[in-house]
Design a protein around this ligand. Sequence first.
Ligand code: ZN
Length: 466
Amino acid sequence: MDKTMEQSVLKELDFESVNADLFDFLDRSPNAFFAVRNMKAALEEAGFVRLQESERWDLRAGGAYYVTRNDSALIAFRIPEKVFTGFQIMASHCDSPVFKIKTNSEITVEKKYIKLNVEKYGGALCAPWLDRPLSVAGRVIAETEEGIETRLVNIDRDLLIIPNLAIHFNREANDGYRFNLQKDMLPLLGEISDHPADGGGEGGAGAQDKRFLALIAGEAGVMPGQILDADLYIYCRMKAAHVGLHNEYIAGGRLDDLQCAFASLQGILQAEPTDSVAVHCVFDNEEVGSGSKQGAAGTFLYDTLHRINAAMGRTEEDYMRAVASSFLVSADNAHAVHPNHPDKSDPTNRPYMNRGIVIKYNASQRYVTDAVSASIFRSICRKAGVPFQTFANRSDMLGGSTLGQIALSQVSLNAVDIGLPQLAMHSPYETAGAKDTAYLVEAARLLFSGSVQSEGDGRYTLKFGK
Ligand code: ZN
């Protein structure tokens, strides 16, 4: 990208308002259930019609719809007015590495403390969870007259803390520490008073049991006895913020991968599809291998594309032809060069924050990018007027994987792995560039407005709309 082009981009895009909306989305989405709820609200406000997987779908050309699975994965799509030639898909994920609260969660310590039993979800960095305000959010399943219902709960205050062990008890703490997940990571909920009626003091009867459950039930607006089960996770209370000499960085919780999910959502809200169906797809459970009904290895995307095809009165042959002229962008954040560890990055593919969308390569296809899909995506970025850069792992280091390869086992089509450059991936508070989200919104808008028509023999006609 030459300098003139980058400068014209700087003028056009409103980085400030994009980041303000992103911060709001991050802060109000402590986990996948809330990310989906917030995306639903934005889609409904824009006129997208809600579909249920359990009901008949009556779709029409020019319509905009969304469907969720497990309340933790979401697909939104816009059908063009014309007979469609394919699907233009951006897939991201809305789960993040975290600590899940186990069932039977309360542990008392010496009749003085109440702490919560938790287990690790995904490849979380442990250290940054310690010594900062945390709270709890998730869903509870309540018994009703007819069956069961789901309620989301978020204890919106500083509730928990995981205290470090003082250095005086471990003089080698700064020489590298191996975290014991059953011992070091349990958050402190509070204390038990000395009053025997409260279960505390000598010979206390342990009436402290279910105090946490009562708190959750109160927040959910149900009686504790009504709660049959719950999926609850801790989250970091630190709000998203700008940092840097010129506010050039953003920091916040769950940038991996809510930053991409947010950009994809903004892209479809602004898109004007002409030839292909635009599909905004956000999966759950990427951080634990995607192997759930709401993950990329499940049938959610496959089922939804099939149902769109059938509801528009098209045949299976039409579906196969549409898939051959479709394109999937797997959008999941990428590692920027680290200022303290620049040697961890590949010698020639070195992404930096604020330098644009990262195209990820891996010869073993842990990233699905190839020359064709990268070329299609580079064309989209050029047309959008946004910068892009490249990532590959050092050849002597194993990198992460993402949902692209897994999604392709369900729906096999041309696909590229991309992401936005960030630092401290899988920390509860991550750092990224203040410009890059807006770049991806632009690229997503063009992706969703366009089409990738296969002409055979490696030739494709690319249309990008406006
Ligand atoms: Zn990710």
